[in-house]
Design a binder for this molecule. Structure first.
Ligand code: PLP
Ligand code: COI
Length: 372
């Protein structure tokens, strides 16, 4: 392997060391047939190391296995950690494609900067996910079952207890055969309004995809589950009135006049790639989209009056999922006047998006990247 630094955009060489004892084909087929979400892992992983003064080096695809880190590794103490989530789709011809991976590469870069971590060159990010999809191609479910969910992440690996940006990082990519994120179907998901916990404040890390944001959301998410809900919706940290996003998804409102509204990218929510794609696809279809604030009180009143028809959550894992009910300690209401199973605009947008992702429809924005 070429062992020179890879900070620039020169071509990158990955050392590929195949798994010595990969999962047998029949066992793999059984795992991929009904995978659930996030429990079935492929045979390989990508690892790239960063050392201050040397840059990114030692890119490799190797057998997926546990690895050793020192108990004083910075990530274990000060939580310098970021991640991404994107999918590889089985195409009608039996190949594979990824959806907007360059947008994930950019966001990973931005997350690294926010967390004072060494940014991974975007070309290296793209090459890493491409390599893993190639090597683990047999783990991509058929389009009717699901997708291969790719999880790039980076940890601070310097052995040092002083509080400062780490001088060493490990970037890795793992992959998981997945079906849908939410169990069941029919009705939309039920969402719990977090009363006590907020997700992010101005100047914080809300727009970065760092593990700490998710750690801070888990108490509210656990409360949601205790109250029979699937997800938590967070309100703004200042007035506790404006809707921000769910624990792992952005949110859209569909009004009677056919227009869409989604909370703005003001630094406290994650700039979702699905969110961005929906805005563009809706505008392509002549639908008016506003990025603006919306309070829980407006939501309740507009759902009751019929002004608000449909509400949906969106994200890589969730795709587009109708929100059926909103619940808090005072009671619950149906999220939109069209009912708990969502409505026609949600369904149409979902089909438009998924058909592009699966290579079944034209790709007017050049979002689909063929892997093989
Ligand atoms: N918001 C949060 C907090 C998320 O975790 C995610 C999922 O990645 C999203 C929004 C949606 O982002 P994307 O559409 O890029 O997956
Ligand atoms: C994703 O959609 O990729 C996420 O990171 C969200 C999480 C709920 C799995």
């Amino acid at each position: 392997m070429e062992d020179k630094p890879m900070d620039g955009h020169q071509s990158t060489r990955f050392d590929v060391v195949p798994h010595p004892a990969p999962t047998a084909a029949d066992a793999r087929a059984a795992m991929v047939a009904n995978p659930g979400f996030g429990r079935v892992f492929t045979d390989h992983m990508v690892v790239i190391n960063y050392t201050e003064g040397r840059g990114w080096h030692s890119a490799r695809v190797e057998a997926r296995k546990p690895f050793l880190i020192d108990p004083a590794s910075a990530v274990l103490h000060y939580a310098q950690e970021i991640f991404e989530g994107l999918k590889a789709y089985r195409t009608p011809s039996g190949g594979a494609a990824m959806f907007r991976p360059e947008a994930n590469a950019r966001r990973f870069h931005n997350s690294a900067e926010r967390m004072a971590m060494a940014p991974l060159p975007e070309s290296l990010f793209l090459e890493s996910v491409r390599q893993l999809v190639q090597v683990d191609r047999d783990w991509i479910p058929s389009a009717d079952v699901g997708t291969l969910y790719l999880r790039p992440f980076m940890i601070a690996s310097e052995t040092f207890l002083g509080v400062k940006p780490s001088a060493e990082y490990m970037y890795m990519v793992i992959a998981s055969s997945v079906g849908s994120y939410f169990k069941g179907g029919g009705d939309g998901v039920t969402v719990w309004v977090s009363q006590h916990d907020t997700r992010a404040a101005s100047g914080g890390t809300g727009a970065a995809k760092c593990g700490g944001n998710y750690a801070a959301s888990l108490r509210a998410q656990a409360e949601a589950v205790r109250n029979g809900c699937d997800q938590v919706v967070f309100l703004d940290a200042v007035e506790r009135r404006r809707v921000e996003e769910l624990g792992g998804m952005n949110v859209f409102f569909v009004f009677q006049d056919g227009s869409l509204l989604t909370p703005p990218l003001d630094g406290t929510i994650l700039p979702g790639i699905t969110r961005d794609s929906i805005i563009k696809l809706a505008r392509d279809a002549g639908i008016a989209v506003r990025e603006g604030q919306y309070t829980l009180d407006e939501w309740r009143a507009d759902a009751a009056s019929g002004k608000l028809q449909e509400v949906f959550a969106c994200g890589t894992a969730a795709v587009i999922t109708p929100i059926g009910r909103i619940r808090n300690p005072e009671g619950e209401f149906v999220a939109g006047a069209a009912g708990t199973a969502g409505g026609p605009v949600t369904q149409r947008l979902r089909k438009t998006l998924v058909d592009i992702q699966q290579g079944k429809a034209a790709d007017p924005h050049g979002w689909v990247h063929t892997v093989f």
